[in-house]
Design a protein. Structure first.
Length: 113
């Protein structure tokens, strides 16, 4: 969990879409029942509660490695733009689309600061 000022609280939401107006206040965290490992440049996720496997490509893997509850979506977006030659708006769309999908699947949680 991030170091937060005493007056700052986190509220956990699952199943709801990411609010684009608050990208600097939303952090992403993997769900407790999900384990991930790198294989050949991709991340393989296992949902221990369902037994289902998921595979993330290189971009998805970069996003996943930042889903520790420390980085805001704005931070993750900046990391993607630094790492890949991509148009900023496209990177943000891809980030939000993947994050929303992982949230819907129960693999990821968003927390608002």
């Amino acid at each position: 969990m991030a170091d937060l000022a005493p007056t700052t609280t986190l509220s956990r939401t699952t199943g709801s879409s990411i609010d684009r107006a608050r990208l600097d206040r939303i952090v992403l965290r993997s769900s407790p029942d999900v384990q991930g490992t790198m294989m050949d440049g991709e991340t393989v996720l296992l949902d221990l509660s369902t037994g289902r496997y998921y595979t993330l490509n290189r971009l998805g893997s970069v996003i996943w490695e930042h889903c520790t509850g420390q980085s805001t979506i704005a931070d993750i977006h900046a990391a993607i733009c630094d790492r890949f030659e991509v148009v900023s708006s496209r990177a943000l769309d891809d980030l939000i689309d993947l994050a929303n999908e992982l949230i819907r699947e129960g693999l990821l949680q968003q927390e608002r600061r």
